[in-house]
Design a protein around this ligand. Sequence first.
Ligand SMILES: *Cc1c(COP(=O)(O)O)cnc(C)c1O
Length: 234
Amino acid sequence: MMEYQELADRVKAVRERMAGAAARAGRKPGDILLCAACKAQPGDKVRAAAHTDIDLFGENRAQEMRDNLQAGAYLDVPVHFIGNLQTNKVRQVVGRAAVIHSVDRGRLLDAIAREAAAQGLVQDILIQVNLAGEQSKAGVAPAELRPLLERAAGHEALRVRGLMAIPPQTDTQEEARPYFAMLRDLFEQAISWRLTGQRWDTLSMGMSDSFEAAILEGATLVRVGRHIFGDRPG
Ligand SMILES: *Cc1c(COP(=O)(O)O)cnc(C)c1O
């Protein structure tokens, strides 16, 4: 299968760059998960990617995730939800996505908790932070992180695993580093608050054009789309 080999080679190249960045940072490559961001990719390409050396898939749209799940396209690879989530789509995502990365407001948090409780499970989530106050982007303002975590701590059906961010676009990876450092600092601060206790182990940051800088600043999960799948269709 031609498509498989090409995807496998691209994933291998990303893995090598991840390992290089990890080595520069004195970190173990195995401590950083590779999430294949597969938005808008056809199901057969997703299925081919499931055979490559990725750790998980990241989906942006509830409908695409449902279609791919129904088609069995992920095989046994876990899927995380990384896109903006509307409250009315929560039911389609809770219990299907292993982790929801994009929780950024109280009402969404409450809706996820309610659905998780109804399904009798504990949903793993990350809080998405808007590092630079960009109007066009989702995410909670850094100053609002603590109240949001206090609210999350009140829900037994939620387990906060860490933070996620999509920093402003920069021309070079070097320019992105201060944003990643800012998220790592917030992550460490939030751990010290000991609000949600359990298992803070995930710092989700870095995409195709910035994953090495993110790894240098402590990312434990990078979300890579174009470097694996090529340019998005459509
Ligand atoms: C699309 C997307 C990515 C991957 O972006 P690329 O630039 O294609 O690597 C990562 N995270 C989120 C939330 C995305 O929507």
